[in-house]
Design a protein around this ligand. Structure first.
Ligand SMILES: [Fe+2]
Ligand SMILES: [Fe+2]
Length: 289
């Protein structure tokens, strides 16, 4: 059984189009039994998502996907949770791609479960000493100072380290994702659903492969000494995702995306790989079971 996993194709981004077309051709020619899209295949526009999925139609096996945070980006007053549950499910269905966020998949003793996952700021860097309220608003102190909407975060000021005013990161989900619940509740919702899916398939399969867009383990979070990048680590994922994967020993391989940096970590019997596509260079992993 050959499983191919790719992620972060970002087909809505001009510099990602050529590399995505090339890797689609390569993956389809190589072939396999299962192709996993581990999120951020496209952006806000559903039509672009369908276009990128169509590039992989010649793939010989089944195609499965989880959503990325970029698919939850919205236009206007659209609701990201509604999009997650409805419009995206319909788009994957039209494209002949199984939507793992909604239902797990079983084939010949193999189970596949997946989720967008989310972040709960557990990976925020304590070194920076930035108060939690800045992460909740997805804006660093240096950027909040220039924003009418967020300048109130600078009061009180006595808990903000002096150097933090030089950090100007904005995590753009703050502008483009429109969830009716807070990040912590959405993270818990995705983790609970993933746990339910794993419980559903656990007894009927020999082994499980998991796909989660956000990072489940701190070891996969990119290291950086550049404070603007470090601030962004808060939005890389959640330890809760890792905990649910480790609660099911049949999950022996997991793939994630989102960080745009390839890393591998081993936890108990689980090998977890962040695939590492960047905007310009697309990557995929091959797993033979
Ligand atoms: Fe991405
Ligand atoms: Fe992402």
């Amino acid at each position: 059984m050959r499983i191919i996993a790719t992620s972060d194709l970002h087909f809505n981004v001009t510099r990602s189009k050529g590399p995505t077309e090339s890797i689609a051709k390569e993956i389809c020619e190589r072939g396999g039994d299962v192709l996993l899209f581990v999120g951020d295949s496209a952006g806000a526009d559903i039509g672009t998502l369908e276009k990128v999925l169509a590039l992989f139609e010649p793939f010989s096996g089944v195609r499965l996907a989880v959503c990325g945070n970029h698919e939850l980006w919205t236009v206007g007053a659209q609701d990201s949770l509604h999009k997650y549950e409805n419009e995206l499910a319909e788009a994957y269905s039209r494209s002949g791609v199984h939507y793992l966020d909604q239902t797990p998949f079983v084939m010949d003793g193999l189970g596949i479960a997946g989720s967008v996952g989310w972040y709960d700021y557990t990976f925020r860097p304590s070194r920076l000493g930035i108060p939690l309220r800045f992460y909740q608003h997805k804006i660093a102190p240096g950027a909040a100072a220039r924003s009418d909407k967020c300048s109130h975060l600078l009061e009180p000021s006595d808990d903000i380290p002096a150097g933090a005013h030089e950090i100007t990161t904005r995590w753009m989900d703050g502008e483009r994702v429109n969830l009716p619940i807070c990040d912590l509740d959405f993270a818990a919702m995705t983790v609970d659903r993933l746990r339910r899916h794993l419980e559903e398939i656990n007894d009927s399969v020999d082994t499980i492969v998991a796909a989660v867009h956000h990072l489940p383990f701190a070891e996969l979070v990119p290291h950086s000494i550049i404070p603007n990048w470090e601030f962004a680590n808060a939005f890389m994922g959640s330890e809760l995702l890792g905990e649910v994967l480790l609660d099911f020993p049949k999950v022996r391989n997991a793939f994630c995306g989102h960080s745009h940096q390839r890393r591998v970590c081993r936890k108990q019997g689980l090998v977890c790989t962040s695939i590492g596509s960047t905007y310009r260079e697309k990557q995929y992993e091959v797993l033979d079971l």
